[in-house]
Design a protein around this ligand. Structure first.
Ligand code: SF4
Ligand code: SF4
Length: 206
């Protein structure tokens, strides 16, 4: 291949990678807008977990999430050079383990989540929303249910938020998996789209 073709090919590769990254950032921003909205709702409810992390201590298969819910965290890990470390952990985690993001030794008031600001939708809806089954049921643990039941008018419809996720990206939001698998697959997805496509330096100087 002559030098001119080679430059053209590399330039094309660069544009492709930037396009991929741009798409992922757009998706991530839309998901983060939903997360911010839920944060405001949760803050306004005034219910606090005060360092409790009991609901995170169950097996991963009891907490279901979609890949899309982890796209913001996956991008955050890449941008902060922590991708490899967490990808390794995610690959080792299985559905019968606890959530791979939970750290027992954390003393944070928010609980033991390694990335509380990037936790998925499912963790945000718990104790801030309701589901419509035969009756309307508060999505909550036993400790907060009574308090939240008195604030029904301020809780959100969980299904509405799952529909919003689907509207952002149907492919990434269609299937729920156990939380460890969803995290791992989101890392694989972002890694494939971004890291594996990172091109070598353009040889403009040569
Ligand atoms: S939602 Fe309930 S179980 Fe979960 S951390 Fe808060 S108080 Fe504990
Ligand atoms: S992502 Fe964070 S908040 Fe959600 S289950 Fe895991 S440790 Fe708990």
């Amino acid at each position: 291949m002559d030098k001119c073709c080679c430059h053209f090919f590399l330039l094309f590769e660069y544009l492709w990678v930037f396009q991929m990254l741009k798409q992922l950032r757009v998706i991530s921003r839309k998901v983060l807008v939903l997360y911010e909205e839920l944060k405001s709702i949760h803050d306004a409810l005034g219910v606090r977990c005060n360092g409790c992390r009991l609901c995170c201590q169950t097996a991963a298969y009891n907490i279901e999430a979609t890949m899309l819910e982890f796209i913001p965290l996956a991008l955050h890990l890449i941008e902060n050079g922590e991708f490899d470390k967490w990808f390794e952990k995610a690959q080792r985690a299985v559905p019968t383990d606890r959530c791979v993001l939970l750290v027992d030794e954390s003393t944070k008031i928010e609980g033991g989540c390694s990335f509380y600001d990037y936790r998925p939708l499912v963790c945000r809806l718990f104790s801030a929303s309701y589901v419509r089954r035969r009756n309307i049921e508060v999505l909550s643990c036993q400790f907060l249910k009574r308090e939240l039941s008195k604030k029904m008018d301020r809780l959100v419809d969980a299904q509405k938020y799952f529909d919003c996720l689907y509207d952002i990206d149907p492919y990434l939001a269609v299937q729920k998996r156990d939380i460890n698998t969803a995290f791992k697959q989101a890392l694989e997805y972002v890694g494939m789209k971004f890291l594996l496509n990172t091109p070598p330096s353009l040889p403009f100087a040569s």
